[in-house]
Ligand binder design. Structure first.
Ligand SMILES: Nc1ncnc2c1ncn2[C@@H]1O[C@H](COP(=O)(O)OP(=O)(O)O)[C@@H](O)[C@H]1O
Ligand SMILES: [Mg+2]
Length: 236
């Protein structure tokens, strides 16, 4: 366990966002957070990263270095692919940078500037950068949201490849249940606001062996959909 959130509460003005939320973050695992839009997923990541403080509750375990990947790529426009990755490292490790560039399929584009790349390529570059940064945990906030269906499937494969090599701890927020069941060792399903954990699913199949047509994965997917539908109806 690298970090544990205990009985977390967070309000914005009069809006109760997180209410008695508990979360264990395991080392070297991918933990996916799914939940309705506006339930507080980004708020939760911001609490884990220390950007915002909860009103009540404990965060056990200090995270000193946190990597972030957002929905938009946030690359520096005046730096090349290579330089955008290199910039987050303390000392330049040329081989590691080139390996990462290869791993995300950007070989041949190391000297390209972001405006010469497609949206999917830019996001692959920002994910490679996140893995170059030596962090204790990688927080990913709906990183594939703006990509079309095929690109998303590719990104999931690239991410699994990078994670498999690095065994980084990842907290991956998504509203896509498909992404969650393909990526998560653990899937945390959140309720509507005021938000707490509805249910936790553990999937013991290695990510590289999963597919949306696999019976077990389909079963977990359907159970999550049912939970979210029931929770949504209760909220109305
Ligand atoms: N800094 C803030 N000030 C006021 N309200 C906020 C702030 N940040 C988030 N909220 C509100 O808190 C709720 C949860 O937001 P957010 O964590 O972004 O949800 P999600 O990422 O699940 O879509 C939303 O209703 C949002 O409008
Ligand atoms: Mg969000």
């Amino acid at each position: 366990m690298i970090c544990k959130l205990k009985n977390i509460y967070k309000k914005f003005d009069n809006l109760d966002v997180l209410s008695n939320l508990n979360l264990d973050i395991n080392k070297g695992k991918i933990i996916c957070i799914v939940g309705p839009s506006g339930c507080g997923k980004s708020t939760l990541l911001n609490i884990v990263s220390g950007l915002i403080r909860p009103d009540k509750g404990d965060i056990i375990g200090d995270l000193n270095s946190v990597g972030y990947v957002f929905q938009e790529d946030r690359l520096l426009p005046f730096k090349t692919v290579y330089e955008n990755i290199a910039i987050v490292g303390k000392e330049k490790n040329h081989k590691k940078i080139m390996d990462l560039i290869n791993d995300v399929g950007l070989d041949g584009f190391e000297e390209s500037y972001p405006n010469k790349l497609s949206g999917g390529m830019r996001q692959r570059c920002s994910i490679a950068r996140a893995f170059y940064f030596n962090c204790e945990i990688l927080l990913m906030d709906e990183p594939f949201k703006s990509l079309d269906y095929n690109l998303k499937a590719n990104m999931i494969d690239y991410l699994i490849k990078l994670w498999d090599k690095s065994k980084n701890s990842i907290l991956f927020v998504t509203h896509s249940i498909d992404e969650a069941v393909l990526l998560g060792d653990k899937i945390i399903v959140l309720s509507n606001r005021p938000t707490s954990v509805l249910k936790i699913f553990n999937i013991d199949i290695h990510q590289s062996k999963r597919s949306l047509t696999n019976d077990y994965i389909t079963d977990v997917r359907n159970r999550i959909i049912d939970l979210l539908i029931i929770s949504n109806n209760k909220g109305e």
